[in-house]
Design a protein around this ligand. Sequence first.
Ligand code: F6P
Length: 373
Amino acid sequence: MVKRVGILTAGGDAPGLNAAIRGFGRAAVGEYGIELIGFLDGIRGLAENRFVTLDSSSLSGILTQGGTVLGTSRDKVHRMQVGESEKDMSEKILKVYEKNKLDAIVTLGGGGTAKNALRLQKAGINVVHLPKTIDNDIWGTDNSIGFATALEIATEAVDRLHSTAHSHHRIILVEIMGHRAGWLALGAGIAGGADIILIPEIPYNIEKVVEKIEHRKKLGKHFSVIAVAEGAMDVEYAQRIRIADQLIKDADSPETKALAKHNKDRLTDAHREATFDLARKLETMTGLESRVTILGYVQRGGTPVGADRLLATRLGAAGAAAVADGITGVMIATKGGNAVNVPLEKIAGKVKFVPTDHEWVKTAREVETGLGD
Ligand code: F6P
């Protein structure tokens, strides 16, 4: 009999987290008679045993709110910064779990949190994971909570940037989040009618980007809007990253591994301004003034759209049913419109990248959007 459960939100905030807390909570408390506590600030609050009681009154009025009423952090179970050092908090968390007489913990988060969830499960805690991220890159689920809202926001931005681009005859590069995947840039780029979309899964060749802009100029269109995923890279950088990753994989001692990792960090640090570098190059190569707009946290702020509220409520309620049934070690995913349980073992550590033959990629090509290849 499941009596008492803890819930937490971890990783970057995303629209729909509160809707998911509410969906889970209403079903858990109301339907299954479970007592619910919410740990504050993600894995850190769990390790520090900081929580609030969630009852029907505290679960009211949060459906439409952005962010997370529980707070969040990017702390990791096995490597949490405590004072000057990093510590494995698994045992400490197990004690918190036992002290609170919990029967399960529900984690709401992305790929990183799924890894934490699996670690907790292996430490002896019953865990159910709910997928949220605006990046839509969680393996094993069709959609993640937050993506639909971010897609709306980024699409509107691409729309609105067209005004300045065509009025001033400029190239505008709009940098869109997505971490290492291109779902958000591709989706918003298509929906907002970007002329060129650059995503990490399809490394670009700058000559091809210029070709597309010149072609548009010949058609009398002296402007271009380019949707650039934050992880987008040119072919040369993609090759260097592949080599760096291989060197990390092949390292035969902790020292060579640390050195290989350090070298990769230097590479990625130097790439942080890549969208600005690309804008400068395009300005020189095309003669069109170029500007960059970084959408940043605007993309994950504010009230969730209907699709995210619906997804969050569905997965939350399905999560409560799973917990009440004693199902554990799973993520509640959405597959073809149904909520299904996927073992954490199968998804933790994997990233759902955009397949290069994905229907969205084909669509973009069919409507003559340049993909830089
Ligand atoms: O995972 C969501 C996300 O917004 C990514 O798109 C982005 O790369 C990252 O989080 C930014 O993280 P932070 O909040 O740590 O700056």
